[in-house]
Design a protein around this ligand. Sequence first.
Ligand SMILES: Cc1cc2nc3c(=O)[nH]c(=O)nc-3n(C[C@H](O)[C@H](O)[C@H](O)COP(=O)(O)O)c2cc1C
Length: 278
Amino acid sequence: MIFAVDTNRCTSCGLCARNCPQQALHMEQVPIIDERRCMRCQHCLAICPTGAISIMGHTPENCLPLKGHFPDPKSMETLIRGRRSIRRFIRKNVAPDELNYLLSVAAHAPTASNRRGLHLTILDDMNSMNAFREELYRRLSLPEIQTRLESNPRKELFATAPILWKEHGTDRLLHNAPHCIIVSNHRESGYNLPVDPVIFLTTFELMAQTCGIGTLWCGILYSCLEFVLPELRDELGIPKTHVPQYAMLFGYPDITYPRSVQHDPYPRLSLHPNWGIN
Ligand SMILES: Cc1cc2nc3c(=O)[nH]c(=O)nc-3n(C[C@H](O)[C@H](O)[C@H](O)COP(=O)(O)O)c2cc1C
């Protein structure tokens, strides 16, 4: 792994070593790395006040400058409160450049231990999404698949959806979305297995809104892949090393919401300041 220190810029302040979450750096004249401990989080690159550190080929010059550039709380509030589930989409592909940009930003979502073991299955072309939709409904309508649904809480929906699709072209499961993304995590992620994909999709969703792209969390599709049609995982190219953890539909929205909704804060309990002190 490449770890380079520009000795003309390094002031030996030691901030990088003090803030390394893995204690992979120690200070001599300049920071020295123990690669075996490094989890490649790039904290050292991000924190250096003089931009002296490059790591894994990433230079300070190519980082995003942060000072004074964060959205203000009101902008974030508008984004978070203005985000809505979209169930009506324009039947048009999201421009590949826009999707690539969105994915490149969402790739900055954190993962436990910086494992970054996600696998993304993206139906980024309407034709492949349409083929997938047809196949999903075809399989769901098969009698042998319906018997798998006996104890499924969504039994009714899974039973009626293929009929609605066939007879009326009503897409109750995938809402005629032009695209979907299925996020799988590496089997060895332990108790973080479902968490990293959900963080990724949350980031993807918020960023998507700012790009004019609407999203819908799709528990139904996840449930299909997990409980009803797990054989689809292989066919979608999900590696056997990975487990699909959630799915999201997306596309340009065919609807706009002029205002937010209003949710009450969750109940909470603040512990007494002396809690735990005997
Ligand atoms: C984890 C999760 C799974 C969801 N799955 C579905 C789904 O399969 N189909 C659907 O129509 N909506 C689904 N939704 C959307 C919720 O129904 C939606 O969040 C709710 O209607 C509130 O609307 P809002 O997202 O605009 O605030 C899901 C939402 C979440 C957070």
